[in-house]
Design a protein around this ligand. Structure first.
Ligand SMILES: Cc1cc2nc3c(=O)[nH]c(=O)nc-3n(C[C@H](O)[C@H](O)[C@H](O)COP(=O)(O)OP(=O)(O)OC[C@H]3O[C@@H](n4cnc5c(N)ncnc54)[C@H](O)[C@@H]3O)c2cc1C
Length: 366
């Protein structure tokens, strides 16, 4: 039985663990703290890239395959645990004055349901919206997941499949001998495995840089607000002015986010809180009555054009990377886990792997 050790228990590490364990591998996941408490917890849970036509094809391919994989995956996970991840077809409105050709050509090429909307159509879909913008695009099939709950489901499912989880134990380095990874050092102990995968989100470069693998994965802070409103007041995910509003089933509403290059600083700022509140209330006036419950930030694993690194280290046998999902880790996780598993188990790859080759090609645009 192939043994695998994964450094990092975010959505990427956990989904990879589940995919590999279901394919017959024996998987251990190690996290330096409680599992699932970083970017994957902090995120919005929109299961689509924002302004999806702006991304390279390598991102669209991962996102589209994941969107197809999500419904059966959620069914499988829920057969292993009764945690409800609130996987819901919220639909997404992207408002603003965009060039028509690019979104339309993109939607045709990737077979995405998308309609142009005018003021009347927007009002019908989302009467709660102030008439700030009078044109945009409607993506009726976009889903969301309540990401802290999705993580709880992934953890429960991984455990029930027999994945071993070690928490509060930082991976300090990869053990390499004669060009081969032997496992990872954590808390002074060598954890041996035939294969080691780095899925440490924004912290991945710290483990990869000493191994001559420059991925250019850097933390990009995103701040988020949680408001308490009434169920049904806000109907759909709405995107405009580079910001978004996400309604949860219980009436809570998320407002996000920022993209700040401030290193590993995960503090929150009063100014940003006011800007996000102003954005939410200008666009959905009824949110002026909503109570602000929480303000947090998360560190995304940023890469220059958003393409993650998925695959083998080119020079260290048995060492793999699945990291750098930037703004789209929740949507791209299932296909990323599948591609990683295909490559590691030498199965036919579900997507062309060269686009994601770690250490060299993450900077590449396509
Ligand atoms: C505000 C915000 C909003 C977002 N919204 C969305 C969205 O709507 N849709 C979407 O698709 N994506 C969204 N994202 C992006 C998404 O959250 C990330 O791309 C995704 O969570 C990355 O997952 P990950 O598992 O790679 O990283 P993480 O979730 O950060 O997990 C990395 C794990 O590695 C662990 N770790 C780090 N170093 C070590 C070490 N040395 N040893 C052991 N463990 C280690 C950490 O403790 C952590 O648990 C958002 C992100 C933010 C911050």
């Amino acid at each position: 039985m192939t043994s695998v050790i994964i450094a990092g228990a975010g959505v990427i590490g956990l989904m990879t663990a589940i995919e590999l364990q279901r394919a017959g591998a024996r998987v251990t996941v190690i996290d330096r703290q409680q599992a699932g408490r970083e970017s994957s917890w902090a995120g919005g849970g929109i299961l689509s890239p924002l302004y999806p036509w702006r991304y390279p094809d390598a991102v669209s391919r991962l996102a589209r395959l994941s969107q197809r994989m999500y419904p059966p995956l959620i069914d499988t996970l829920r057969s292993l645990s009764d945690v409800d991840p609130e996987f819901l077809p919220s639909g997404m409105l992207v408002l603003g004055d965009y060039d028509d050709e690019q979104p339309e050509a993109w939607a045709r090429r990737f077979d995405v349901a998308m309609e142009a909307v005018d003021a009347g159509a927007i009002r019908e879909l989302a009467p709660e919206l102030a008439p700030v913008l009078d044109r945009g695009w409607w993506f009726p099939e976009v889903h969301q997941a309540r990401n802290p709950r999705l993580l709880a489901l992934l953890l429960a499912a991984a455990r029930s499949l027999g994945v071993r989880l070690i928490e509060h134990s930082p991976v300090d380095s990869i053990a390499v001998e004669q060009g081969r990874a032997l496992g990872v050092y954590s808390a002074g102990q060598l954890h041996r495995a035939e294969h080691s995968i780095i899925a440490a989100g924004a912290w991945s470069a710290r483990l990869l840089d000493p191994l001559d693998c420059r991925t250019r994965i850097e933390p990009v802070r995103g701040q988020m607000l949680l408001l308490k409103s009434e169920p049904g007041r806000v109907r759909h995910i709405t995107l405009s002015e580079e910001r978004y509003i996400i309604p949860r089933r219980d009436g809570r509403v998320l407002v996000g986010s920022t993209t700040e290059h401030v290193g590993f600083d995960s503090s929150t700022l009063e100014d940003t809180r006011e800007q996000l509140l102003d954005y939410a209330q200008r666009n959905i006036p009824v949110l002026a009555q909503a109570r602000l419950e929480r303000h947090w930030s998360g560190l995304r694993p940023g890469t220059p054009v958003g393409i993650p690194a998925i695959g083998p280290h080119p020079r260290v046998e048995g060492l793999w990377v699945n990291a750098g999902h930037y703004r789209n880790g929740l949507v791209m996780a299932p296909a990323s886990a599948r591609l990683m598993t295909d490559l590691l188990l030498k199965r036919t790859a579900c997507l062309p792997p060269d686009d994601y080759a770690p250490c060299d090609a993450v900077h590449k645009k396509n």
